[in-house]
Design a protein around this ligand. Structure first.
Ligand code: PHE
Length: 441
């Protein structure tokens, strides 16, 4: 009898840890206790400006959600890791967040190359990851636990090709890209494809590597071809210097870029050379829509007057989307949470109405901004809707703009003066009261 009891006890003690595996490891439960969210960003490397804004946006959202009672009575706890902007380090810190800290979900990274390095770790462990801002299409192709709340680069590249061909009437372009960045390589391809489709011609392609500081040889080669515009799909650290050296070489044509330019450091690096330059981006801080202005003032109040850039806005949205999914799932069980994130539909964030599609990407409008070095600010030019979204997503813009009706079937642009269309009123079917940045009426 004693032996039977002992054996029985042994079996129970062997089975218990299996049954409670998520409860016993590091005190993590899927239904009670803090919700642990791992954040990985660059806080000390070449793209530290991206990481700081992202961290701020996530923290602001987290504090608002917690102050409103948390999610299903649970508080969010952030665990933030610095990956120094290096892909290998991104992979290491995400492993640590998942295996050591036992996070329920991961938010990050910004640079697509870093997200691409770390996403397989989250996918393998089956822990949902949402990147706020990595736009390269391959990121979410890693697997069914990887999501994003921003648009993707085939759209972003096409937006600027269209702006070059239609708004600037450029017939030829040169592309100057970053060889070490998946983001830059993708945009090079997508810009060229759309520019060709519109009848333009890419007459020169040059490349640089991140951390380079002398770009004159490539710029001299570009100057010799005399392109109508130069497209530089890079990050602010190089782009500011590239623009400056281009102007020093007497290149006066418009220089175009993407979201990677969005950091105040660009004014210090590029100065006056940032005149006659334009970018595609995720939102405009000047958008008068109440939900955006509410976010902008909350952010400024919290971070000593700093204006939120698009990274901060996307990060804020990513935290709210995750919170909304946890609330709907009723648990942080990874599979149920993954399914709830995948079902996100018409979530009204500060960067627009967010619906996660079958590829786990977000289909959203982009804005075109002009750089104003004198005022050190980005001036709103137009909003470009993704395919099929023009009428539904932005009735005001469509009505106000005859251009919208005549634009190419792939995209419809609305003119400057209606920035509200960037975050046009989608119906927010998901957000809980108090857990949503939706406008207060
Ligand atoms: N989209 C960029 C990438 O994928 C990151 C980025 C987003 C940078 C938004 C600035 C603003 O690498």
């Amino acid at each position: 009898m004693k032996r039977i009891l002992l054996t029985f006890g042994l079996i129970i003690s062997l089975l218990t840890p299996l049954a409670c595996v998520r409860k016993n490891e590091g005190g993590v439960s899927d239904n009670t206790g803090p919700i642990k969210v791992g954040v990985y960003v660059d806080l000390t490397g070449a793209t530290a400006g991206f990481g700081q804004s992202t961290k701020n946006g996530i923290e602001l959202a987290k504090d608002e959600i917690n102050a409103n009672g948390g999610i299903n009575s649970r508080q969010i706890q952030l665990i933030t890791e610095d990956d120094q902007g290096r892909p290998e380090q991104a992979k290491t810190v995400v492993s640590k967040l998942i295996n050591q800290d036992k996070v329920h979900a991961v938010l990050g990274e910004v640079a697509s190359t870093n997200s691409l390095a770390a996403a397989p770790v989250a996918q393998e462990a089956k822990i949902p990851m949402i990147t706020p801002s990595s736009t390269n299409p391959k990121v979410t192709q890693t697997g069914d636990y990887i999501f994003r709340v921003c648009f993707i680069d085939p759209f972003q590249g096409a937006v600027m090709a269209k702006f070059a061909a239609n708004s600037l009437k450029a017939k030829t372009a040169a592309i100057f890209g970053d060889v070490n960045s998946d983001y830059s390589k993708g945009l090079t391809e997508f810009f060229e494809r759309e520019f060709n489709r519109l009848g333009g011609q890419v007459i020169d392609k040059q490349s640089y590597a991140q951390q380079d500081r002398d770009f004159k040889a490539q710029l001299t080669a570009i100057r010799a071809k005399n392109p109508g515009v130069i497209y530089v799909p890079g990050y602010y650290g190089e782009v500011g210097i590239i623009s400056k050296q281009a102007r020093e070489l007497g290149i006066t044509v418009p220089i175009l870029g993407g979201d990677g330019w969005d950091n105040p450091e660009i004014w210090n690096l590029g100065g006056e050379a940032m005149k006659n330059t334009f970018i595609s981006n995720h939102y405009s801080v000047d958008d008068p829509s109440p939900s955006i202005q509410k976010f902008v003032s909350a952010y400024k109040a919290r971070f000593s007057g700093t204006s939120p850039d698009s990274l901060a806005a996307l990060a804020y949205d990513a935290m709210y989307i995750l919170a909304d999914a946890i609330r709907r799932a009723g648990t942080t069980d990874p599979t149920k949470l993954r399914d709830a994130i995948a079902q996100t539909s018409n979530f009204l964030g500060v960067t627009g109405s967010i619906t996660i599609n079958k590829d786990r990407d977000s289909v959203k409008p982009a804005v075109v901004l002009e750089l104003d070095p004198a005022g050190r600010k980005f001036i709103y030019k137009e909003t470009v809707q993704p395919e099929g979204a023009a009428a539904a997503a932005s009735p005001a813009a469509a009505a106000a703009s005859p251009a919208a009706a005549t634009a190419s079937p792939a995209m419809a642009a609305s003119p400057a003066g209606s920035p509200a269309s960037a975050a046009s009123p989608g119906k927010n079917t998901n957000s809980a009261p108090g857990a949503s940045p939706a406008p207060t009426k």
